[in-house]
Design a protein around this ligand. Sequence first.
Ligand SMILES: Cc1cc2nc3c(=O)[nH]c(=O)nc-3n(C[C@H](O)[C@H](O)[C@H](O)COP(=O)(O)OP(=O)(O)OC[C@H]3O[C@@H](n4cnc5c(N)ncnc54)[C@H](O)[C@@H]3O)c2cc1C
Length: 301
Amino acid sequence: MLIPVAPQWETDVQGLKYANPETVEEACTLLRDHGEDAAILSGGQSLLPMLRQRVGSYDKVIDINGLPDLEYVRETDGEIRIGCLSRHVDVASSSVVEEHCPILADVAAEIGDVQVRNRGTFCGAVAHADPSGDPPVVATLLDATIVARNADEKRTLSGSSFYHGFYETDLSKDELVTEVRFPVLSAGEGAGFEKYEPTEGAYPVATVGAYLSLADDGRIENATLVTGALEAGPTPMDDAAEVLEDREPTDDVLTEAAEQLGEDTMPVDDFEGSAAFKTNISKKLAKDALQTALDRAENER
Ligand SMILES: Cc1cc2nc3c(=O)[nH]c(=O)nc-3n(C[C@H](O)[C@H](O)[C@H](O)COP(=O)(O)OP(=O)(O)OC[C@H]3O[C@@H](n4cnc5c(N)ncnc54)[C@H](O)[C@@H]3O)c2cc1C
């Protein structure tokens, strides 16, 4: 049960009211009372460009950077737990991540540029649900557990069903994501992530995440494939994953699944490339992501 408090809007910055709560309880109280027209500021790497371009209808900003004890990447009870003030660079450089779920480091290390990685938070990217965002793809792929709090309660949400299209998630406007948890991958499991970005530091045009688990006889027991940036949000590619199940992980089988994934994508022509180009690039990304997943599964990561 949270203790009610009455935090204040401290200053007025260029027409925006700004508050920097010092506790999670204060932040949740502000969200309860003002969540409809207040934006959470964590790393600011998506929010500040949006505010500059006057996207969104916010007139208040709740800066959560002063909340205590939320900057960590650790392994607890078979899960990797990422606190909501951990930056992409913290995930990319974490020895726990490297040992237990290296796909998270692959994802975090390639987000934007150094400035974006030093300020942007992994949980913020999961919550923000940018259709081109990389963390949402891996949260869907590995069925992350998203821990959300409001003024009354804490609840956990499933990453595999969290996203519902363009910037839409299961989060309510009065909720703060305090932590995102990923499974520790066991022996015989592996995951890989690939993306195509037109220039270094730009948002990706296409991404693919792949997960495989191998049975004792080396056949593929479970497979999951998820694309990002090609549609309105992370998109599970179930038919392509089915191609893999209960088969030997030969090069031909991986290629067949990657081809199926490409055929099942539904990209559109836009300034970043034609739909045909994106379909072709997604096949290549899928093959590479599957190969990484297989290599890791076979190396017992
Ligand atoms: C030049 C550039 C390149 C980029 N390239 C990539 C890329 O290649 N791949 C990629 O994935 N991303 C990319 N990004 C985005 C980056 O990953 C952001 O860090 C991320 O999208 C949002 O995290 P943040 O902490 O900066 O959130 P903020 O910008 O502070 O917040 C954005 C919104 O997310 C929500 N939010 C944030 N934190 C929470 C929370 N704890 N609880 C609930 N809601 C919350 C709120 O609605 C908030 O308004 C890029 C950004 C830039 C500027």
